[in-house]
Structures are given as structure tokens and as C-alpha cells.
Design a protein around this ligand. Structure first.
Ligand SMILES: Cc1cc2nc3c(=O)[nH]c(=O)nc-3n(C[C@H](O)[C@H](O)[C@H](O)COP(=O)(O)OP(=O)(O)OC[C@H]3O[C@@H](n4cnc5c(N)ncnc54)[C@H](O)[C@@H]3O)c2cc1C
Length: 459
């Protein structure tokens, strides 16, 4: 059999959400040959549907406004939240310097960007993914699920949080996963009372609800919780379980009164995390694939477009000279890693979640309410020897430590300490998995000592 002919391109983008599509359009307008792989056909509903006023300004700045101006939308006139107290507090978009934003049907928004990408000359392959991405001579050799083979000088991973769009066998970097947040989402039909065009948020025992009006008159409603706190059960029971959970809320249930499910509820990952490292000479990650934040931040699409804009510059600079096609990190890179931005996000997250004190026994809230890092005293002797005293601590005892330390680093730390390890070596190993501030890591280990999960051995 003849091997399939190979297509030579400048840029391959893995993932067609707002980040990947915005980059594709900008790069094609700079006359690069671009192919974008999107595993879906935009046929399923998506979350991430409420945009602040700054998105319109940003889209105009990067020349994408025309691509989405006809997407059906409702105005987003503000936010109403019950957070820290039962009463709802209103923040009106009137006081936003950019004015009001929009509530959109997010699948339609992404689809509109995909059509604009095609019109700009991007080769958009939907229903398609990469099965291998390997360095070969001066380009990446990429095998696609449809049997095609590509040769690309630069590859960008835009596959969303903890992206698997770049196949694991050669995927560079690691996903530093801070928590286990999931969104349990459903679309509802029109409620009895027409909703105002505001985003509604309500903190509850095991997480928080949000509800956004949709252009078709219905609502998109989601419970944000942790995967181990999510009601599990056979698929056929989930619609009733979702409606039962909704009925336990107060403001959200009132908003949704009279509305029926429009399709099955679905679960989506919503953990915060970042890829480390996030770029090399001939590859980078963008959007949520580079850094994903708690949806409470509400600015994921703005961040995705901004990161596409930075990447457009990076790619065009990189392609002007011969580049090393390797998954290795570019040590002389002019671009800072995302670590600092993620640390800043963690401080902001702690400030937001600290404002809710009504559920002190809830694992969900404890896991997001760390102790004050600056006030904590450091007492750990770097030469002391540490050993794990309890390899399977209960979720309750670890909750506050999880607020400090990435979930993806905690279990490996305890596994490493099955044998005694000198403290500074244990911390160095921890930092490799959790590249965050030194103080955060030391304080977290001290907390584990206080909980008798880790023990300091007498010399
Ligand atoms: C519940 C929830 C609510 C949110 N609400 C808001 C909000 O109101 N406003 C806001 O601005 N942000 C919100 N966000 C965040 C926002 O959705 C994201 O930040 C934004 O979508 C990131 O865009 P992206 O292009 O980086 O990734 P994504 O939008 O995740 O796009 C990734 C794309 O890659 C594709 N893909 C995945 N794997 C593969 C593969 N193997 N091969 C090929 N393609 C692949 C996916 O199909 C998808 O099209 C919310 C997030 C969640 C979870």
C-alpha cells in the first residue's frame, strides 16, 4: 500500500476553542500555512458562555469582531450573587468601564470563529485529532486520526485544560493540577418567569451554582463542586439527580422554577492548573491548555484570546529562523513561564473563597481556604529526616493542605516519604511536581507534620 502523502505546513494547532481559532486566524492573516485539528464538530452544548464587556474591545483590537458579531446573544447586565451571606448582592455592568457584555450560546460562538478561520484560509479539520506528534528532521511529523500525515514546523496545543490533544507519548511538560473541581451542567428550557440578563451565583454546602440566561430563552445552569462530592449513579438516574440537587438550592431554584431539562446534564472538568513548562522553541501551549482557572474568575475566554495574541507573535518570530524541533524546554526563552501568573491567581482564589464562611465543615470550602501563608512561621529544619506516618489520610484531614498544595503533588509526596528522606531533598522533589512558591511548599509540609501525616524522625 502507498503511504499517504504528507502535507507540509508552518503551524499546526491542536484544538479549536477560542484560543486555537483566534491564533489560527491571526497566523493565517500573516500568511502562514495553518492547519487546525478539532476533535468535535461543535455539535454539543458548551460552557463558558458569559463574557464581560472587555471581550468585545479585545476582539475588535485583534480583528475578530466581525467573525462573531452575528452570533445570537443576550446582553450581560451584571451579576447577582449570594456568597458569604444569604442575601443576593448585585454588581451592575453599568459600573464596568467596558459596559455590558453578552451571554451567548458558546457552541455557536466557537462555530462562528471556526467559519472565520476557514474564510481566512486555515485548513480546519473537524472530527479529527492527532494520534502522534514526533520530532523528525526540521519539522514535527504528525499522524492524524483520518489517516493523513502532516509535517509542521511549529505545533501549538490549544486543547483546553489538561489537554490531551498532544498525544501523551511525546507531550512536553506536566499538568500541575491544583484541585478536583468539576462542573455538573445542564441546559434548561424557559422558566416560568423570564430571567433578567444577569449571571446568578449561589454558594451552597458542596460548592456553588451559577445560572446564565441563553439567547433561546432557556438557562445554562451548573453546579461547581469536587469530583468526589458529585452525586454518582447510573446514567439514567442523573437527570433526576440533577433536578433534585437544584431543588436544594434557594435562589437558583427560584430562578429556574417551571423550567425543564433540555437534554441530559453533563459533567466537565473545571480544575485549576497549568502546564509546566508551557513552551519550547518549536511548540507552545495556549488558553486553558497553558493555564486554566476556577470558572469563578469568569474571564477564561478573554485570557484565551490574549494568549493567542501573544502566541501569534511568538510563532511568527520563531519561524523566521531555523528552530530546534524537540519537546525540550527552550532554556534561553524570552517568554516567562506561567508560574508567576498561576501563583497570583491562587492568591486571588483564596481571597474570593475566604469571603464565604457559612460552611466551615464542608470539604469543598476547606479545600479552597488556605491558612495565611505570610503569617505562618517556618520551623522545619532542612536537615531533619521525614517519613510518612499515614499513607492514606482521610479527606477531612487533608482538606486545608489541598488548599495550599496541588492535588497532583500531594500523593506523590506521601509515596516518596514511605522511606525516610532528608527534608530539603523531600522539598526539592515536591517542587518538581509543584513548581510554586517556596513558602507555600514548606508551610504545606509543616501542616502535614502537624496532622501527623508526616513525622520528623529523631536523629
Ligand atoms: C463550567 C465552566 C464555566 C465557564 N464559564 C465561563 C464564562 O462564563 N466566561 C468565560 O470567559 N470563561 C468561562 N469558562 C472558562 C472558559 O470556558 C475557558 O477558559 C475557555 O473556553 C478556554 O478556551 P480554550 O480555547 O483555551 O479551550 P477550550 O474552550 O476548552 O477549547 C479546547 C478545544 O480543543 C478541543 N479538543 C480537546 N481535545 C482535543 C483533541 N484531542 N484533539 C483535537 N481537539 C481537541 C475541544 O473540543 C475544544 O474545542 C468556564 C469554564 C467552565 C468549566
Amino acid at each position: 500500500m502507498q503511504p499517504a502523502p504528507s502535507l507540509n505546513i508552518d503551524l499546526l494547532i491542536l484544538g479549536g476553542g477560542p484560543a486555537g481559532l483566534a491564533l489560527a486566524i491571526m497566523a493565517a492573516r500573516s500568511r502562514l500555512a495553518v492547519t487546525l485539528l478539532e476533535r468535535s464538530r461543535y455539535q454539543h452544548p458548551r460552557t463558558g458562555e458569559t463574557f464581560g464587556g472587555e471581550l468585545a474591545a479585545l476582539l475588535q483590537e485583534v480583528g475578530l469582531w466581525d467573525a462573531v458579531r452575528n452570533v445570537p446573544r443576550l446582553p450581560f447586565r451584571g451579576q447577582r450573587s449570594s456568597w458569604g451571606e444569604f442575601a443576593q448582592i448585585e454588581r451592575n455592568a453599568m459600573f464596568n468601564p467596558y459596559g455590558e457584555g453578552w451571554h451567548v450560546d458558546r457552541a455557536a460562538f466557537d462555530q462562528a470563529l471556526a467559519s472565520a478561520a476557514v474564510q481566512s484560509g486555515v485548513n480546519v479539520l473537524t472530527g479529527c485529532a492527532a494520534t502522534s506528534v514526533e520530532p523528525a528532521d526540521a519539522a514535527w511529523s504528525v499522524q492524524l486520526t483520518d489517516g493523513q500525515r502532516l509535517s509542521a514546523r511549529y505545533v501549538v496545543d490549544a486543547g483546553g485544560r489538561d489537554s490531551n490533544a498532544w498525544p501523551a507519548a511525546s507531550r512536553p511538560g506536566q499538568w500541575v493540577r491544583m484541585d478536583r473541581m468539576m462542573a455538573w451542567v445542564a441546559r434548561l428550557g424557559a422558566p416560568a418567569t423570564k430571567p433578567e440578563p444577569v449571571l446568578q451565583i449561589e454558594a451552597v454546602q458542596n460548592g456553588w451554582w451559577y445560572a446564565a440566561p441563553q439567547p433561546d430563552g432557556g438557562l445554562l445552569v451548573s453546579l461547581m463542586t469536587d469530583v468526589d462530592l458529585l452525586a454518582a449513579g447510573p446514567r439514567e438516574t442523573l437527570p433526576a439527580a440533577f433536578m433534585a440537587a437544584l431543588a436544594e438550592s434557594t435562589h437558583t431554584a427560584a430562578l429556574c422554577a417551571g423550567a425543564r431539562l433540555a437534554g441530559e446534564p453533563w459533567a466537565a472538568r473545571a480544575d485549576s492548573g497549568f502546564r509546566h513548562p508551557d513552551h519550547g522553541e518549536a511548540w507552545c501551549t495556549i488558553g486553558d491548555a497553558a493555564m486554566a482557572c476556577d470558572p469563578l474568575a469568569g474571564d477564561g475566554v478573554v485570557r484565551a484570546i490574549r494568549s493567542a495574541r501573544r502566541a501569534a507573535q511568538r510563532v511568527s518570530q520563531a519561524l523566521q529562523r531555523p528552530i530546534a524541533v524537540t519537546p525540550e524546554v527552550d532554556s534561553g526563552s524570552a517568554y516567562p513561564p506561567l508560574r508567576e501568573a498561576f501563583i497570583e491567581f491562587l492568591h486571588q482564589r483564596a481571597r474570593h473563597y475566604a469571603r464565604e464562611g457559612r460552611f466551615p465543615d464542608s470539604l469543598f470550602w476547606q479545600r479552597r481556604q488556605p491558612l495565611d501563608l505570610r503569617a505562618a512561621r517556618i520551623f522545619l529544619d532542612p536537615q531533619s529526616r521525614l517519613v510518612c506516618a499515614n499513607p492514606s489520610p482521610g479527606p477531612q484531614s487533608l482538606a486545608h493542605v489541598e488548599a495550599l498544595l496541588p492535588y497532583s503533588a500531594l500523593r506523590p509526596l506521601l509515596a516518596r516519604l514511605r522511606e525516610p528522606v532528608v527534608a530539603h531533598e523531600a522539598l526539592a522533589a515536591l517542587r518538581a511536581k509543584a513548581p510554586l512558591e517556596d513558602r507555600r511548599l514548606i508551610v504545606a509540609v509543616q501542616e502535614l507534620i502537624g496532622l501527623d501525616v508526616i513525622r520528623v524522625l529523631e536523629n
